[in-house]
Design a protein around this ligand. Structure first.
Ligand SMILES: [Zn+2]
Length: 334
């Protein structure tokens, strides 16, 4: 039986792929702008236009423009803590039990914070959110693909610097060129040496080959990975290795990763046995929530409640949560 919207909204969920800077509520943007002395449009409609990507972006680059608008507001420890807490509050409304929140520490040092101070400020907000809401959370640290090798390496080295509380893994994000992994080989070797759980944005706007290279490099999860639809010969290998795709329907169409809904490969991959999951990518930039993304998938395809529970189980199994967090959620997801 096709799952109803009501059932889906209530389902306990896990979100693996959500960017902090793309997911600030309008209310939080107003607060942070005031603290930073940045003027904003009076009407929410005008503000929304500045922080939301057009429904049909010309490209991934176009989609990324709203991030530049909020970044100047995220340059103090207080702002980062508030933003992270605000995201946990939003997660609660989606019935999320566990979320991984990703961000690039190097984008938040313009106000004088060190990388470790940035990370601590965000994870403090996550921990405060955990205490107040029924949501568990960890951070994923991103290197940006347009950055130099040394800069990205400085983020990886944070993992070696001591125990980072509430930090679960590493990712490479930003514009995607075909074959990008080759230039990050030393970073990926270091990630492997430090045994850092790895997810990589790949096959979002680049080619299927990027997905396979990311798996080869040790990623157990792929950010988006939708390009793999062009390479059905490789699906069995993804299934065998339990690789999980972090898909985000609204974002994937906005960025032109997929040209139209009919070609979205979620169901065909799910039916084939590939581990697919549902994510927002960016709540504000894509003007969405996790419940809205689930509802979209439910509208597009004939999926039952047990299918949605299976998708939740894929997210649970692929998450980088601690043993303690996993044990706490086992009853709902195993
Ligand atoms: Zn992303």
């Amino acid at each position: 039986m096709k799952a109803s919207r009501h059932t889906i909204a209530q389902l306990p969920k896990i979100e693996l792929h959500c960017h902090l800077d793309g997911s600030l509520s309008l209310q939080m943007i107003r607060l942070l702008a005031e603290k930073a002395g940045i003027a904003l449009p009076d009407s929410d409609e005008a503000l929304r236009q500045k922080v939301t990507a057009p429904e049909m972006s010309e490209s991934l680059t176009d989609y990324l423009a709203p991030f530049d608008f909020v970044l100047p507001m995220l340059q103090t420890a207080e702002a980062l803590t508030l933003a992270a807490y605000d995201l946990i509050r939003q997660a609660q409304a989606d019935a999320i039990r566990y979320i991984e929140v990703r961000f690039a520490p190097t984008l938040h040092t313009a106000g004088g914070l060190t990388l470790i101070q940035v990370v601590q400020a965000v994870t403090r907000g996550l921990a405060e959110g955990e205490a107040d809401f029924q949501v568990k959370a960890n951070a994923l640290l991103c290197g940006m693909r347009h950055e130099s090798l040394d800069t990205v390496m400085s983020v990886v080295e944070l993992f070696a610097s001591g125990d980072l509380d509430h930090v679960a893994g590493f990712d490479l994000a930003g514009g995607e060129a075909d074959g990008f992994l080759a230039s990050f080989a030393p970073v990926l070797e270091k990630v492997k040496a430090l045994q850092i759980p790895l997810t990589l944005h790949a096959g979002e706007c680049g080619c299927a080959q990027n997905v396979l290279a990311a798996v080869q490099a040790g990623a157990t999860r792929i950010g988006h990975g939708v390009a793999i639809k062009d390479c059905p010969d490789s699906w069995q290998a993804l299934i065998d290795q339990k690789i999980t795709l972090e898909m985000a329907p609204t974002s994937n169409i906005q960025t032109k990763a997929i040209d139209q809904q009919q070609n979205y490969p979620f169901k065909v991959l799910f039916d084939a046995g590939v581990r697919v999951t549902i994510n927002t990518d960016n709540r504000t930039v894509s003007a969405t929530t996790l419940n809205a993304e689930y509802a979209k998938i439910a509208d597009w395809y004939d999926l039952s409640e047990s299918d949605f529970r299976q998708i939740g189980r894929y997210a649970y199994e692929a998450s980088f949560m601690t043993d303690e967090q996993r044990a706490a959620l086992a009853a709902e997801f195993e």
